[in-house]
Design a protein around this ligand. Sequence first.
Ligand SMILES: *Cc1c(COP(=O)(O)O)cnc(C)c1O
Length: 222
Amino acid sequence: MTHQITDQLRRVRESISSACQRSGRNEEEVTLIAVTKTWPPEVIQAASEVGLTDFGENKVQELTSKAPLFPKKTWHMIGHLQRNKARQVVTHAHTFHALDSLRLARALNRLSAEAERVLPCFLQVNVSGEASKFGLDPEEVGLFLTEMDPFSSIQIVGLMTLASPDLHKVRGEFQLLRRIRSQHKQLSGTGLSMGMSGDFEIAIEEGATHIRVGSALFGPRH
Ligand SMILES: *Cc1c(COP(=O)(O)O)cnc(C)c1O
């Protein structure tokens, strides 16, 4: 298993490296999050052995069962979250990537304060306009940021998006996310969580600071 991950990781790192070169960026600006959803702890162990440090899960239950087994790793909750499961995210995740409502923000803020921590959060924005996608509409971001002001136990660390499956559209969508960041002074200096196995090179060219990669590292999920 380690061999297989080594090969695929080498390929992913080469792609990251060339995307950085093409766009004049430094590789250190890009955090590779290995998305281990559906994969068992043995796969995470193998991935740790080849040097991966950041892991992502999109379901609370999987986060809760896997993160405590690898406490030295940095865990990212990347999927939609229901308020009644916010506590587990505050307990187990280093960073939350899918903040998309004020009520959820309020719950996370209260629980983080109780836990005496600050939770880094990316605001999820729906840039493709698909009704099936979670996230704020681009024009809602400004008001949302203002409403977040008093929440001192949440730190907004950037914007996150899922691009549409249409590869002709993704570059424009990533550019839109970046443009939204530049329109709000509260977001200056923050990151962009965008790009998955099929589109992370484009995402890096358009400024991604966090890419969330599953199948390109671990193969297809069953
Ligand atoms: C599954 C998932 C990914 C990774 O998808 P791959 O195509 O396997 O790289 C990234 N982000 C989110 C939110 C996901 O749920």
